[in-house]
Design a protein around this ligand. Structure first.
Ligand SMILES: NC(=O)c1ccc[n+]([C@@H]2O[C@H](COP(=O)([O-])OP(=O)(O)OC[C@H]3O[C@@H](n4cnc5c(N)ncnc54)[C@H](O)[C@@H]3O)[C@@H](O)[C@H]2O)c1
Length: 379
């Protein structure tokens, strides 16, 4: 019988739901020593958090996150709230000896991230940040192919994360629904929200980033703030493009915007190596495009690999349906919980840890700094 790991969830929005779904499913599909138990959920509005708790099967609710974190019956806290709250909550969790699963970006900036790393490392608590795209099977497989040396020397890494939901100039900023547009809650715009995912995947697949040059733009300069009712300057980046050098000598090109009309969540990446190239697209997330230059000349071309094989060949897929049947976005969270629980049982760190996520934060900060200075900035 699996041992319980009592979860305290803070936040009931997009990620609160995505993670709760993962906790509910993981033990049905993965054979693990620990089983998550939905012990308590927390948010400020009692009616809303009770409805959320009822829907997902949480045993109890709290309206003060400090009470949740202090509870003896909570083993692990999941931080699913806007970015400006991550640091305070994570440090308190570390003080209380709780394992921590924190949403990305780890913090508002590197200074906060460093404090958080110190807190979890001093306390010796398990910690992980939800850069979930690593656990999309096709992306995990890209990592395997690169680590097997199939691409050879890598020359280029290219990634985009494109959306179009903030084009309207009468969209307000701030408050519960639109905190992403308010720099005081989000820290940055697309850099911390979207590029952070691209950067995490890139570092994982292709190694460290040494220096960056970036441009950002804020297309709509003022928006009414939902909390004050007043027009206020928009201080986040609406769009960001940056180039970088990786430590392995390859060149990187990254673009993110919320102004690409027609694109909702187009995360794509491409890696070009000496022997082979890889492409992946979130909208077709179970496929890995692969070009192998060693193929016989007349048959050479891009292969579209449906990463759904069952025989243990494709990562995570032996846990799901029969070969050829695909899975989706939510499964990346199930995989991340499964890996976390497996590491927890062994007392092993599971990547991305806070320290790994701090590396991504360093790149984000350097990108924003470069956009400001109009110079290359070291990471
Ligand atoms: N991994 C991913 O792909 C991914 C996707 C979306 C969001 N995120 C990250 O997840 C975090 C949350 O984003 P979201 O989209 O779920 O936001 P959301 O707006 O949908 O939900 C935020 C939640 O935080 C709660 N909250 C706010 N202040 C609180 C407080 N003081 N005490 C308790 N609860 C409080 C709100 O009630 C709400 O339930 C952010 O850090 C974001 O960057 C990650």
């Amino acid at each position: 019988m699996a041992k319980p790991l009592n979860i305290g969830m803070i936040g009931y929005g997009f990620m609160g739901r995505a993670h709760s779904n993962a906790y509910c499913k993981v033990s049905n599909f993965f054979d693990l020593e620990y089983e998550p138990v939905l012990k308590a959920a927390c948010a400020r509005n009692e009616e809303n958090i009770k409805a959320f708790a009822d829907n997902w099967g949480y045993e109890s609710v709290e309206t003060d996150w400090r009470k949740l974190v202090a509870r003896d019956d909570i083993d692990a806290v999941d931080i699913c709230v806007p970015n400006n709250l991550h640091k305070e909550m994570a440090i308190e969790c570390a003080k209380q000896g709780k394992a921590i699963l924190c949403e990305k970006p780890i913090a508002m900036d590197v200074a906060e991230g460093e404090e958080m790393c110190k807190a979890v490392e001093d306390a010796g608590v398990a910690n992980m940040v939800w850069y979930n795209y690593r656990r999309v099977p096709a992306v995990t497989m890209a990592k395997q192919l690169i680590d097997e040396g199939r691409l050879g020397r890598i020359f280029h890494y290219r990634a985009n994360f494109l959306q179009d939901w903030t084009i309207a100039d009468d969209l307000p900023q701030g408050g519960a629904a639109l905190w992403r547009l308010d720099a005081a809650a989000a820290g940055s715009g697309v850099t911390g929200d979207l590029l952070a995912h691209c950067i995490d995947t890139a570092i994982w697949l292709n190694g460290g980033i040494s220096d960056v040059t970036a441009m950002t733009e804020t297309f709509i300069k003022e928006r009414t703030h939902s909390l004050t009712g007043k027009k206020q300057p928009v201080l986040i980046d609406d769009a960001c493009t940056f180039m970088c050098h990786f430590e392995n000598g390859s060149l990187g090109l990254f673009e993110s915007t919320r102004y690409a009309r027609g694109h909702k969540a187009l995360y794509t990446l491409e890696i070009n190596g000496e022997n082979a190239s890889i492409k992946w697209d979130l909208h077709d997330l179970h496929r890995l495009e692969y070009f192998d230059h060693s193929d016989e000349g007349k048959m050479r071309g891009w292969r579209s690999i449906h990463v759904t094989d069952h025989g243990g060949e494709h990562p995570y897929m032996d846990k799901w349906w029969v070969p050829g049947l695909q899975i989706g976005y939510e499964h990346s969270f199930v995989h991340q919980v499964a890996d976390f629980l497996a590491g927890y049982a062994q007392g092993e760190a599971v990547s991305p840890t806070f320290r790994d996520a701090l590396e991504t934060q360093r790149v984000c900060d350097a990108v924003l700094q470069s956009a400001e200075s109009k110079q290359w900035e070291n990471v």
